[in-house]
Design a protein. Structure first.
Length: 152
């Protein structure tokens, strides 16, 4: 049975391990530098099964929205509804703190890259809509899209 709970500092090493198992989504800088730092300062949730962490989502408030900082599910547990459960926890968090938009950003759809095609499809299935497109000078992410979802 999958349990979703708020993450604690003691969970961070396992969360980093999950991110490291997802190199198709998180580049070297994200895995080695950004995620380990951000996890110390963001809120969020972990998915746990039989005492083992198998997924996570981090959250922070900016620009009047709750933003997803990082989200990942261990590849051995993908396509089992864990991401959907983590999004549901993020939506409950939004209601709890009284911020009624959940947002994230990802690689834009002008870039053909199957892992992020799946990511975008996941967010659309969860009810997110694109609200901004930006060109960047990052060769790994030449287009970025921002997505949001209203929380009722």
């Amino acid at each position: 049975m999958i349990k979703i709970r708020a993450y604690q500092q003691k969970d961070i090493p396992s969360m980093i391990d999950i991110a490291r198992a997802l190199p198709q989504w998180f580049d070297e800088d994200a895995r080695q530098r950004a995620i380990p730092i951000d996890l110390r300062f963001q809120d969020g949730y972990v998915a746990e099964m039989d005492g083992e962490l198998i997924g996570f989502i981090t959250l922070y408030v900016a620009e009047g929205r709750v933003n997803i900082g990082w989200m990942g599910v261990h590849p051995s547990h993908g396509r089992q509804g864990i991401g959907t459960k983590l999004i549901a926890a993020a939506e409950a968090y939004c209601r709890e703190i009284g911020v009624y938009q959940l947002a994230t950003y990802t690689l834009g759809d002008s870039v053909e890259y199957p892992p992020y095609e799946a990511t975008r499809a996941f967010y659309v299935k969860q009810g997110f809509e694109v609200y901004q497109r930006s060109q960047t000078d990052n060769p790994g992410c030449p287009e970025e899209i921002k997505l949001k979802k209203s929380i009722i």
